[in-house]
Design a protein around this ligand. Sequence first.
Ligand SMILES: Nc1ncnc2c1ncn2[C@@H]1O[C@H](COP(=O)(O)OP(=O)(O)O)[C@@H](O)[C@H]1O
Ligand SMILES: [Mg+2]
Length: 324
Amino acid sequence: MKSTMQEFFQKYPKIKYLYFGGKGGVGKTVVACATALWCAKQGKKTLLASTNPVHSLTTLLEQDVFGKETLVNGTDSLYALEIDTKETIERSKKEIEEKISWFLKFADIPVKADDFIETATMNPAFEESAMFENMTNIIFEDKYDLYVFDTAPTANARRLLGMSKVYTLWVDKMLKSRQEADEMRIKLSFKKKTKEEKDPLLEYLTQFRGRIEKMRDLLTDEQLSAFFFVTLLESLPIAVIRRFIGWFKDFGIPIGGVIINEVIEKSEISDDTAEFILNRIKMQDRYKDEVYKSFSNVCGEIPLFEREVRGVDMVKRVSEKLFP
Ligand SMILES: Nc1ncnc2c1ncn2[C@@H]1O[C@H](COP(=O)(O)OP(=O)(O)O)[C@@H](O)[C@H]1O
Ligand SMILES: [Mg+2]
């Protein structure tokens, strides 16, 4: 059974956060952009945000949207933003540095902070997690009717949801022991001023817990959030979304649907179509069967265009195919 993107939006009129996941190069940015364009046309003030370190949106839209929310040419309510990855990561590093140094000082631990900071920031998950933080900030600012993220924070969403109970427990425990320590400090102290001393770590932990809980609520609310998965008719991209969808089902993250990209149109076949292309069409037919059998919610097929997708006009063509 095939549904459509329009049906999805009719079914979820309050939808606010859309994410696009899938293997690299399958067309996430293109499909996200086409969807955002359609949503903006429906009158929603829409932000299309990319957390991708390569300048994909600027290239696709042929417009500089790097580091600032920019109105997309030829539209009146679509804004695009390419998050400055380097800046985000630097800022995150700084914040962690401050917290660690502060904590070591507060707890009177006579160690240099550098080693801790290195362990906290030199791991591969750190960058992704900094980007996720940034995405959370954009969401919590709440300036738009609708948000489209061109790369689903798959690993992070999964980690956040898988860990959120543990995080909350951990933060609660930290809070409790800090409060106890504080009370003790005040009791034991000769100086009166200790009482007024603020505890930034305590504040941070409380805020951190609040953010996790709010993000978890948003990510699992099917009225508000949906993850779409883009695939080509090839084995590897299909395997990737199969795995993602499996994870997401386990965590109760709402799945909007599967979008098939770069389908070679049969109407293009003629008597002199090359063997090479006929073979690819046969291959696509096989994988298409597999996709429809495996996923109950295929909600769009986009043809392979005669050239790469660049410029708003070309994105409009994609949009018309996705929202026929
Ligand atoms: N339907 C299509 N027809 C032709 N080219 C496409 C199509 N979809 C995507 N492309 C091209 O494929 C490349 C990868 O697309 P992109 O959206 O950047 O992928 P991702 O964001 O998943 O890495 C781009 O050069 C894009 O122009
Ligand atoms: Mg991309």
